[in-house]
Design a protein around this ligand. Structure first.
Ligand code: GCW
Length: 661
């Protein structure tokens, strides 16, 4: 017995038997390790869904499920085709990866209760790289982890457990094909992962992921030549440093199979990087890229670089500008095996931010979108917040970069500028909790990220329906109720937390709960600058100039208070409390109303959830019920604290006369 559940691979016994007929036997003439994974998955699903012990047959004519290689030009290396012909399921692909993805898709459709008869489906992933970033520390803790400790590490050791196989299955089933398995902040012993001390275990883990088509990445310490071997510097242009990395990479890639490369956080929030030697990010990234090149390796270099030592009096320095300022001048200077990884917004995973202006700006550089499935600023897997709608907004954003295909989805898929190394990455929300994600409903975010990275066109609604069928219930009423909660959850969270794009009114350090001035007097540079007359930061050309980093179409929209989308108003502008919004309400009244409404919405969601008591598995019901109790308290606190803060600043009373402390 294992002490974790199977999330969307639960394969709960299915009453509707219409797909049973396919599960009599399976045929394939392939024998690679991915095929073995596919066959094993078919066996597991067959047993659990239908109590059938499916057999493998050599007689192609008798098989119910056939996995066949078909080098058809329509199918890329990871694509597949699923068809039903005469009560037989054909899964065809150009290679093993496609067969494995096709197998999972077929099994998930069956498990979701879909009728497979007559199916004819052909799919290719739109993003070449679909990656998860674990922020797991070697002591077993997880930075911004809200689902228990790491299942990769414990007390300074790498653990190879059965759970990692189940994780690989979950990820592969939604199309993830890359994973970095340690925190981007490489410290407290994690620097030593790339040494003899840990190679054996890392090789085993890489092997497990390899069986599911997932390549493994490690995060490295840019100063490793100094930390591990006492070199006097880590200057990327220094000959000894360059040689050190070349030798080290030879070692790593020969000891660990299936290595994709490194993910690097450099010159950010105290991490070492090329700046110390007067070098730039291209110098740093290219030096590493050349060291991994002989092994086909890739360097993923993060763009989350800003000055976290800001002075509040300095109104021209703006953290939002920093990513663009640092990387735009380097466009075209990175080697072809470097990818820049760019957070969805310019600040830091807030519930509402504009899209990062590097998207569309960078035209000669491989790039990936980074989102955060871990709910650091969106409720920490205590509050429900379904993030797929937010990611879709980002993907659908038209950058105005002058190309016919100019959305973020176009750009990161490689369609716009013809890149091959690109895609989507996300900070994982998983840990040792039995349900993997702490809040059961946060499972929809992990599942949803994979589905969206595979195909950004799928709707948030479709994803949620699939996920509920697989993980909670196939009953259509239940699905409707849970989907309804999930689909409005982000908007609700936004209503009771920080208004109109202002963000960051959280408690410093741990980032849960309200604290409007928590970051106002710190050096991290996320100010809202609320006083008795107005709130917000002028990021137009008259202010910090951030709006001017966009192409004119968007710059024009953002720089003007009148045309600025209201949900980002305070991100781009400093606005008096008496300013009238398009609704006719004053800004201050909108803030009050939104917070009261958000709190009321949470209570409504809580009531809706409580109606599900007898309709879904008890353990899931109870766990989420407990989360709603905490969310209700949290939303109440946000409502009180934020309203009281703005009331005391503005001294303008609520028109409705509600109680504000
Ligand atoms: O905002 C910050 C988080 C850090 C994180 C950092 C990053 C891993 O609070 O915990 O560090 O983002 O993305 O590097």
């Amino acid at each position: 017995m294992c002490n974790w559940e199977q999330a969307w691979l639960a394969y709960e016994p299915i009453e509707n038997q219409r797909n049973r007929k396919f599960f009599k036997s399976v045929y394939t003439d392939q024998n690679g390790e991915l095929i073995i994974s596919a066959l094993r998955e078919i066996e597991t699903a067959s047993e659990k869904l239908f109590s059938i012990q499916i057999i493998r047959t050599d007689d192609r004519e008798k098989a119910g499920i056939l996995l066949e290689i078909d080098p058809s030009p329509d199918l890329g290396t990871e694509g597949y085709e699923i068809t039903e012909e005469n009560d037989r399921i054909y899964i065809r692909a150009a290679g093993e990866n496609g067969l494995l993805y096709g197998t999972f898709r077929f099994l998930l459709m069956v498990s979701a209760g879909k009728d497979i008869t007559g199916i004819s489906l052909q799919e290719n992933p739109q993003n070449p790289i679909r990656m998860l970033n674990q922020w797991d520390n070697i002591d077993g803790s997880i930075e911004r982890g809200y689902a228990g400790n790491s299942f990769f590490y414990e007390n300074g050791k790498v653990c190879v457990t059965k759970r990692i196989t189940d994780y690989a299955r979950l990820l592969c089933s939604v199309g993830i094909n890359a994973i970095s398995i340690n925190n981007v902040n490489v410290r407290d012993g994690a620097e030593w992962l790339i040494t003899e001390k840990h190679y054996n275990e890392l090789a085993q883990i890489a092997g497990i992921f390899g069986k599911y088509g997932i390549s493994m990445y490690l995060c490295i310490d840019f100063a490793a030549p100094m930390t591990l071997d006492g070199l006097p510097c880590a200057d990327p242009l220094n000959e000894d440093v360059r040689k050190w990395w070349e030798k080290k990479c030879g070692e790593i890639f020969s000891r660990i199979p299936n290595m994709g490369g490194f993910l690097v956080k450099a010159d950010s929030e105290g991490r070492p990087g090329p700046f110390a030697y007067g070098r730039n990010h291209a110098d740093g990234a290219n030096m590493l890229a050349r060291a991994v090149k002989p092994y086909g390796g890739t360097i993923i270099w993060r763009c989350f670089v800003y000055n976290c030592q800001q002075d509040w009096r300095d109104r021209r320095t703006d953290r939002a500008c920093a990513g663009y300022d640092n990387f735009m001048p380097l466009d075209g200077k990175f080697d072809d095996n470097v990818i820049l990884q760019i957070k969805n917004g310019p600040i830091d995973f807030q519930v509402r931010e504009p899209v990062h202006p590097l998207f569309g700006g960078l035209q000669h550089t491989n790039q990936m979108l980074e989102v955060q499935i871990a709910q650091e600023y969106t409720g920490q897997q205590i509050d429900v917040c379904y993030l797929v709608p937010m990611w879709k907004e980002v993907l659908d954003f038209s950058t105005g970069c002058g190309k016919p295909q100019d959305t973020v989805a176009d750009i990161v898929s490689g369609r716009t500028f013809g890149q091959q190394k690109c895609g989507m990455a996300a900070v994982a929300n998983t840990g040792r909790d039995a349900n993997w994600t702490g809040h059961d409903l946060a499972g929809a975010n992990l599942y949803g990220f994979g589905r969206l990275a595979w195909n950004p066109q799928i709707s948030a609604e479709e994803i949620v329906q699939e996920w509920i069928s697989l993980q909670i219930s196939r009953d259509s009423d239940v699905k409707m109720m849970i989907a309804d909660i999930l689909l409005r959850s982000r908007e609700v969270y936004e209503k009771y937390t920080a208004p109109l794009g202002i963000g960051f009114m959280v408690n410093p350090a741990y980032h849960y709960g309200p604290n409007p001035e928590g970051y106002e007097y710190s050096k991290w540079g996320t100010y809202h600058r609320a006083d008795h007359l107005a709130v917000g930061v002028d990021r137009s050309e008259k202010g910090t100039g951030y709006s001017e980093q966009y192409f004119e179409k968007n710059a024009a929209l953002y720089r003007d208070t009148e045309s600025c989308p209201e949900n980002l108003l305070l991100f781009f502008h400093r606005v008096p409390y008496t300013h009238r919004l398009r609704s006719g309400k004053t800004l201050i009244q909108h803030i009050y109303d939104s917070h009261f409404e958000g709190y009321a919405d949470v209570q409504k969601m809580q009531r809706d959830w409580n109606c599900l008591e007898d309709k879904i598995p008890q353990h899931i019901f109870q766990r989420v019920k407990e989360r709603f109790v905490r969310q209700a308290e949290n939303s109440r606190e946000w409502c009180d604290v934020i309203n009281s803060f703005f009331y005391r600043k503005s001294m303008i009373p609520d028109e409705m006369g509600r109680e504000i402390f």
